[in-house]
Design a protein around this ligand. Structure first.
Ligand SMILES: [Zn+2]
Length: 239
């Protein structure tokens, strides 16, 4: 921050001070050794993100919210690093897909279980197989109507990534960025097909992957990041 902007900074702090609960003191944001006086360029390190993190920690502490999807996963143990799965959300470029993943983690996608709970439907039984309750676990993993597709999808992952699909990874994600993305595409397709009452097929899945690949290529081309794109999609470039 330039010296002549000091008054503007001071006025901003004065405004914030009026809301006492939301006060973030300079000494809280910047470590003592880095605390600087007027005109020093490092003062610029104070940004809205730092203030947000500080106020958030003050209100909610450092604990990470355990997503509701954990109720549908057995044998997870107590050592799950949930912050990792939240940070993986940032790697999703497309905001709609990010929203889909966030809703998935917190089990707020619409299914018959929720519809019947909200009083919109009389029954929570799955309309595709008519066998059992249609919750998130059933819709994306257990329903008989998607078993054939899931087997083929697992085969696709085994062939291309030498990776064996597990329910935990399918529901939470995988550290490999491309596997993580491919699983997300698969889940989105299952959800869309369920909504439209269409069957999920590998042909639909492959065309969804190609569409996503093309969009990312265009974005990478516009941002001069084609090399990064090629590194990410290397395994599926010939798809
Ligand atoms: Zn079903």
């Amino acid at each position: 921050m330039l010296p002549h902007r000091w008054l503007a900074w001071h006025s901003l702090l004065a405004c914030v001070l009026r809301k006492k609960a939301l006060v973030a003191k300079y000494k809280d944001i910047v470590h003592e050794s880095d605390r600087l006086c007027l005109g020093n360029s490092l003062l610029c390190d104070i940004n809205s993100r730092k203030i947000y993190v500080l106020l958030h920690e003050r209100k909610y502490g450092n604990s990470v919210c355990v997503p509701r999807i954990s109720k549908h996963l057995e044998d997870l143990g107590e050592t799950v690093d949930w912050s990792l799965y939240y940070s993986m959300l940032k790697s999703i470029v497309d905001t709609k897909t990010r929203e889909f993943k966030f809703k998935f983690l917190h089990d707020i996608h619409v299914n018959n279980y929720w519809l019947s709970k909200w009083g919109i439907k009389d029954t929570d039984i799955c309309t595709l197989c008519n066998e059992t309750r249609d919750d998130i676990s059933h819709m994306f993993w257990e329903c008989q109507s998607i078993q054939k597709f899931l087997k083929e999808f697992a085969g696709f992952l085994r062939t291309n990534f030498d990776y064996v699909l597990a329910k935990e990874d399918f529901f939470l994600g995988n550290r490999n960025v491309l596997i993580f993305q491919v699983i997300l595409i698969c889940k989105k397709l299952i959800y869309q097909c369920n909504y439209k009452k269409e069957s999920v097929t590998m042909i639909r899945f492959i065309s969804s992957v190609k569409l996503c690949k093309n969009i990312e290529y265009q974005v990478a081309k516009n941002n001069n990041k084609v090399t990064k794109y090629l590194e990410k999609w290397e395994v599926l470039l010939d798809l």
